[in-house]
Write a protein that binds this ligand. Structure first.
Ligand SMILES: Nc1nc2c(ncn2[C@@H]2O[C@H](COP(=O)(O)OP(=O)(O)OP(=O)(O)O)[C@@H](O)[C@H]2O)c(=O)[nH]1
Ligand SMILES: [Mg+2]
Length: 327
């Protein structure tokens, strides 16, 4: 594959080139990995920057409906919108691929939109890297907004939040007055909480839920990257396309404030470091999984069990034998 040519065509905003490049970054083949790394590196200086929006929510809350309505609103304003997904369990029943293709029918036909479903990779580390690189590719290809969707099941929110400039949490109206068991850590990541389905019979429940979450957000400790009034909870109806332009307005207010206050650049720099540490951790873990490494570990493990070597000394010795440290 001609990487220089692919790069030029991505910079030229050719969607087929973008699709091919994403296929390349998804590949686990070693020669593909090397080419993907070259490509990503050669695009780093493009100087293009998208607004990266992470979006999380439990199954059925309306993520696909929201992305379609919200995306259509943005493309109608002349913005180019890319949609990516982090799906931690590709074995999830029904799968997001078919579901999203049918649910985002209008957006997938829009020439200013690019939708790429999650690849069928099982471990989150692989999906995270692929999505991060796909975000970089979409950015280089001149997209103004990159939406990164994930279904809310724990770890994947962190992955998405760590590659987004803004993080949205989509919630459904709650029956009664209970908060929906949203984990504190996830609440703390959110810049905007959107209570969806605020229409018809659900409207008053949605407004109550929104008030509950506004209260809960006020109790969280203040984050330096927020101006007055953020994070914020609001109601929307993805189905009736209600509250979407207000949502966009809030997102722009927040991102512009962060840019001016210097938080935007700091956050991206912190994220780059976060991913460096993650990659390093993954690489070391992979090194431990090799057959030779397993043999070394098993052997030292037996010695530790027999009491002939102390655990810490055994760990030092293992690192040395694996060539990670000098013996
Ligand atoms: N009343 C109402 N229904 C909605 C709204 N948004 C989505 N729905 C409905 O909720 C159901 C689930 O919507 P999806 O957009 O597929 O939800 P999702 O979060 O993408 O679901 P998964 O992909 O399974 O995680 C569908 O029947 C939608 O029509 C809304 O604003 N109001
Ligand atoms: Mg969906």
């Amino acid at each position: 594959m001609d990487i220089a040519d692919l790069r030029d065509r991505i910079l030229n905003q050719e969607r087929r080139a973008l699709a091919r490049a994403i296929t390349l970054v998804e590949s686990a083949r070693e020669d593909h990995r090397a080419q993907a790394a070259d490509l990503i590196d050669s695009l780093r200086g493009s100087g293009r920057q998208a607004l990266r929006i992470g979006l999380s929510g439990t199954p059925g809350v309306g993520k696909s409906t929201f992305i379609e309505s919200f995306g259509m609103m943005l493309t109608a304003q002349g913005l180019r919108v890319a949609v990516l997904a982090v799906d931690p369990s590709s074995a999830r029943s029904g799968g997001s691929i078919l579901g999203d293709k049918t649910r985002m029918e209008r957006l997938s036909r829009d020439k200013n939109a690019f939708i790429r479903p999650s690849p069928s990779q099982t471990h989150l580390g692989g999906v995270a890297r692929r999505t991060r690189e796909a975000v970089a590719l979409c950015e280089a290809a001149g997209f103004d907004v990159v939406l990164i969707e994930t279904v809310g099941v724990g770890q994947s929110e962190t992955v998405v939040a760590e590659m987004s400039d803004l993080f949205l949490l989509l919630l459904a109206p709650a029956g009664g007055d209970e908060l929906q068991g949203v984990k504190r850590g996830i609440m703390e990541m959110a810049d905007l909480i959107l209570v969806n389905k605020a229409d018809g019979d659900l409207k008053s429940a949605a407004m109550r839920t929104c008030a509950d979450y506004s209260g809960a957000l006020r109790l969280l400790r203040k984050r330096p990257q927020d101006p007055e009034g953020f994070p914020k909870a609001m109601t929307v109806s993805a189905l009736q396309e209600d509250g979407l332009s207000k949502t966009w307005e809030e997102m722009r207010t927040l991102s512009e404030w962060r840019k001016e206050a210097g938080h935007w650049a700091t956050r991206r720099a912190d994220q780059a470091q976060y991913w460096f540490h993650e990659e390093l951790r993954q690489a070391l873990l992979a090194k431990l999984q090799t057959k030779d490494a397993q043999a070394v570990v098993a052997d030292l493990g037996r010695k530790v069990a027999a009491g002939s070597v102390a655990p810490s000394a055994a760990a030092d010795q293992a690192l040395a034998e694996l060539g990670i440290t000098q013996s």
